[in-house]
Design a protein around this ligand. Structure first.
Ligand SMILES: NC(=O)c1ccc[n+]([C@@H]2O[C@H](COP(=O)([O-])OP(=O)(O)OC[C@H]3O[C@@H](n4cnc5c(N)ncnc54)[C@H](O)[C@@H]3O)[C@@H](O)[C@H]2O)c1
Length: 596
């Protein structure tokens, strides 16, 4: 028989605690909510009523249910109020000594059979448990932010947590409508161990002015379908909490430099810029605790102003190449009203590309997204050619040929001979240095990267890669062109992986290393990222879609360029590629796809 939980205690009603109170009270469980002072208690109460009022306003909660929910909460200052609860969850700031003091006190106050749980993200549950006389009844119950929304709970057992306690907590999670994964006590558990290296890396990109906060966040949202960008997520987590988590993970997790908190985080914490909870972090919010971002001095001016910033007028665009990317890009420009000259290596290839573009446009017509007139007009704007000489009077060239530096350099040298002055020459490379391509011409100031994502007609993101020689006008032109295409252009420096791949692939590689270390299963790791962080796919699902060989190649490039030891490709990834397990395309990767 699973244990009955009729009353639970929550200690600390900040970002997490207030949400955890809501989760229990919503599911019919009485809660004693405890804070350190009357003022902090009031803040917790305001957070809970704000959240439940919003749920009522959105029609997700009936007024009567809200009132019943609120009536289940008993608000108290001090731990003594917890003498009769069946379980306590502690959610105070991420400091080991503070948590140990609280657990020693809980051990004294709570009834002997009560379970004592911590919501710690990174500290050792074992170290917290030894502050009590009942370490076998101590467990980690790690909720995700916002607790009422995110489905995942990581249940963390130590070597001494009793099996009954684990089973009772798992049953409780089910009653709360959560999906739990039960794991051992390791720094960062599953989700944070995979998340925080990525978040810290994103902050370092921002700190080094590699890209703006808006561009870093837009890149990850639009390029990977994440629910929010990394800097907005740091603001949601709270920079003080994020700092402590990184610091603990660095010290507990083998001193991986990628977890050493980027200095800017500490500076922001010291300056009181804690994120949403203080009203300002990477972004500025309407007021403390509000999710609404308001413009501040770093908010970029609109694209209209960028046009005034010296962008050149573009009417005629050359697209070189005949692969998937070139085909998609031709369609994107033609649909947006540009005159397009497609150049391939022969009439046969041109005919094939033309056919593919037609098929894709026809699909748009069938789906009611494009009128027949617009389809015909788009096709009418494309000229099919097999000679580069036809690019003599275009305003922009987008190169999308094979990913080989020698081929691209030779092509850019030819374009330099053929094209009129002032043309913007763009490469769609996803892994080669744009500056190498630029220096194959006599006009490196006019050369830029335009990294479209596959499929180009659908994916809303373009990474605009400027080299140290790219002129401001060229960048402004690229930004204006992306806007005219209805895409979000994000500007970044010319470094391996640009924004998206540099942030995405090390995370995927870390997931492989976690699997290889037998810490968890591929299924649980996928669940953790989808249900804990709202990712559209788990890392192993995504690796199988992208292709293990492609992922390995990108990870190798990142490792070679940045020399970051933590970026070294996971041996398991290399072995799977060697064995021909490349993902969906070969029928087997991390999972077997032949049966599905
Ligand atoms: N923020 C997140 O996204 C997140 C997600 C999952 C887990 N966590 C973990 O949850 C815990 C809480 O983090 P947070 O972000 O909610 O912190 P927070 O700073 O927002 O809130 C902590 C609360 O604890 C209260 N407190 C401090 N000392 C206390 C005491 N002695 N008795 C009672 N209350 C006390 C504070 O007044 C504050 O309201 C940490 O262990 C953190 O790692 C955080």
């Amino acid at each position: 028989m699973a244990r009955e939980f009729t009353r639970v205690g929550v200690v600390g009603l900040g970002t997490m605690g207030a949400g955890i109170v809501e989760v229990f009270a919503r599911n019919g469980i009485d809660v004693t909510a405890v804070e350190i002072s009357a003022a902090a208690l009031e803040r917790g109460r305001v957070t809970l009523t704000g959240s439940t009022d919003r749920a009522v306003a959105k029609g997700k909660l009936a007024e009567a249910d809200r009132d019943a929910l609120l009536s289940r909460v008993d608000w108290q200052v001090g731990l003594d109020a917890l003498h009769s609860v069946d379980l306590v969850i502690e959610a105070v700031p991420e400091h080991l000594d503070l948590k140990q003091r609280i657990f020693a006190e809980l051990d004294r106050v709570c009834k002997p059979e009560a379970i004592l749980a911590t919501n710690t993200s990174s500290l050792s549950v074992t170290e917290i448990s030894v502050a009590t006389t009942r370490p076998n009844q101590v467990i980690g119950i790690h909720f995700f932010n916002p607790a009422p929304v995110m489905k995942l709970v990581e249940v963390v057992r130590t070597v001494v947590t009793s099996a009954d306690v684990v089973a009772d907590v798992e049953a409780l999670c089910e009653r709360l409508g959560k999906v739990d994964v039960t794991i051992n006590d390791r720094a960062g558990f599953i989700a944070n161990a995979l998340l925080f290296g990525y978040l810290n890396h994103a902050v370092s990109m921002f700190e080094s002015r590699y890209a703006t906060r808006e561009d870093i966040d837009a890149a990850m949202k639009l390029g990977c379908g994440l629910p929010m960008g990394p800097l907005a997520l740091m603001d949601l987590i709270g920079l003080d909490t994020a700092y402590e988590i990184l610091d603990t993970m660095y010290r507990r997790g083998g001193r991986d430099r990628r977890h050493a908190p980027v200095p800017l985080i500490k500076q922001m914490v010291t300056a009181g810029l804690l994120g949403r909870k203080s009203g300002r972090g990477f972004y500025t919010y309407e007021r403390p605790g509000s999710p609404v971002v308001v413009p501040d001095e770093h908010t970029p001016v609109s694209t209209g102003a960028a046009l005034a910033d010296g962008a050149r007028a573009i009417a005629k665009v050359g697209v070189v190449g005949s692969g998937t990317m070139a085909t998609g890009i031709i369609e994107v420009f033609a649909k947006a009203g540009y005159e397009v000259i497609s150049v391939t290596r022969g009439a046969e290839k041109s005919a094939k590309v033309c056919e593919t573009v037609k098929t894709s446009l026809n699909k748009g017509v069938v789906r009611g997204k494009l009128s027949e007139t617009d389809r015909d007009a788009a096709l009418g704007r494309v000229t099919w050619s097999a000679t580069l000489d036809h690019l003599a009077d275009v305003d922009l060239v987008v190169e999308a040929v094979v990913e080989e530096l020698s081929v691209k350099k030779a092509l850019f040298a030819s374009l330099d001979e053929i094209c009129k002055p002032g043309v913007v020459l763009a490469t769609t490379t996803s892994s080669l240095p744009v500056i190498d391509v630029a220096m194959a011409t006599q006009r490196p100031a006019d050369v830029i990267g335009l990294h479209f994502f596959n499929p180009a007609p659908i994916m809303p993101l373009v990474e605009i890669v400027r080299t140290i020689r790219t002129s401001a006008e060229t960048t402004a032109t690229a930004r204006a062109v992306c806007a005219a295409l209805g895409k979000t252009g994000v500007v970044c420096g010319d470094r391996s992986g640009f924004i998206v791949n540099a942030l995405l692939f090390p995370y995927l590689n870390d997931a492989v290393k976690m699997l290889e270390a037998s810490y968890s299963t591929a299924d649980d790791i996928d669940y953790a990222m989808k249900l804990g962080c709202g990712y559209p796919m788990g890392p192993f699902e995504l690796l199988d879609v992208v292709g293990l060989d492609v992922s390995l190649a990108i990870q190798r490039e990142l490792y070679l360029e940045l020399r970051e030891p933590g970026f070294a490709p996971a041996p398991l990834l290399e072995h799977l590629v060697t064995a021909g397990y490349l993902g969906r395309k070969s029928g087997r990767g991390f999972r077997d796809h032949t049966q599905r």
